[in-house]
Design a protein around this ligand. Sequence first.
Ligand code: UGA
Length: 443
Amino acid sequence: MSKIGIFGAGWVGLVTGACFAELGHTVVIRDVATERIEPLQQGDLPFYEPELADVVERNRHRLTFTLDPAEAAGDAEFLYVCVGTPSTYSGDANLSYVWSVLDDLPELDGRPVLVMKSTVPVGTGEKVRSALDARGLEHIGYASNPEFLSEGTAIRDFMHPDRIVIGAFEPADGDRVEELHESLEAPIVRSDVGSAEMIKLAANAFLMTRISFINEIANVCELVGADVQEVARGVGLDHRLGPHFLRAGIGYGGSCFPKDASALKQLASNSGYHFQLLSAVIEVNELQKRRVVAKLVKHLGKLRGKRVALLGLAFKPNTDDMREAPSIVLASRLLAEGAEVRGWDPVAEPGELLKGVEISGTVAEAVKDADAAVIVTEWDELRALASPEIRNSMRTPLIVDGRNVLDPNAVRKAGFAYEGIGRASSPLVDFPRPQSPSTGSSE
Ligand code: UGA
């Protein structure tokens, strides 16, 4: 078993460190932020990720947290870089945290391998290698070992990966990173460093392409009278295409896709190539987030003074992550139209990101006297949305299902007007307004 120093106690660093500890390795996770490390030392996780708290708790004896780089790096055989690589104003990846890790490295004996887990532009490994050499650290190995973890299923993704990608300058360094994963059953992809870096970017770009593709098919389905759910099922059963990432909706968000798309687009253009397809994927996604507004206008007319409940605020279910969540764009569009916006999410706490939105503690509270309930994120709790209680409490019984999670016929039978994404909609006119005192005055 090895000693592993992890640099970065964010989501990737914590999941990676906890899972390596679960595999039996000794792990020290280092971060520069006291407000992150101190709670971790007390056993508090800074975000919500299913199963992570249990894995951390189970492995307390071989998983520690520190502010001191020497404690993490000293006698470690592997130095995992798990820091953020956010977008800069130019859309490129900001590598300043990666360079800080290099600056913070103490004197090291032996041949530890610096392993890049963070998502970085192709060519970063070459630059880091040169920087290490220039500092007299030729004896430190280097490998790229990108992460393919999804929020909400990260522990399972680490323990049961589809593949493990390892790119190294020296084959012996790659062999050692491979050994680190030997108890995991997964195909190992060995490549040069640049290709490993590109595998990560290309995989994310392809997943986004599938989402924007099915969203455009959905938009055409609406115009020509087809149902995108049936289309996606029929398309996905072709073994050459597969069923994944064909869920039409109101667009992708999150801490990875938008920034990685931008970084790959800039990487291509900085290298003299205009990546047309990726540019279109990004644009389709931006427009998709706004389509709900037109759907609301179609049913409700002008949105000024209308009350809209946004249900699910995190960028996807089973996470509290609000980064680049479609709910942020949608809320600000609705507020700009003069709508009164309420929001509900079982775990996310949007704070300033949803300034002007009234946050409700329950779904019932969010939809009370509302003119529309919009499913933005497909939390399980929302599958029972079309109930008589909800219908009677709404001012206008309209559900806009931004994730196609409800059965349109059942929703209509329950007395709601229904709008999905890429499926037939139904008008409001069939639905008499309930006559309860709470709703009668607002007609
Ligand atoms: C994504 C990738 O799936 C991971 O493989 C990758 O490791 C990770 O980025 C990363 O680079 O770190 P994640 O952002 O956690 O993971 O979430 P996804 O499940 O991929 O969902 C991303 C967005 O796409 C969400 O907003 C989701 O609602 C949307 N989506 C996903 C769709 O709109 N349709 C789909 O069919 C699938």
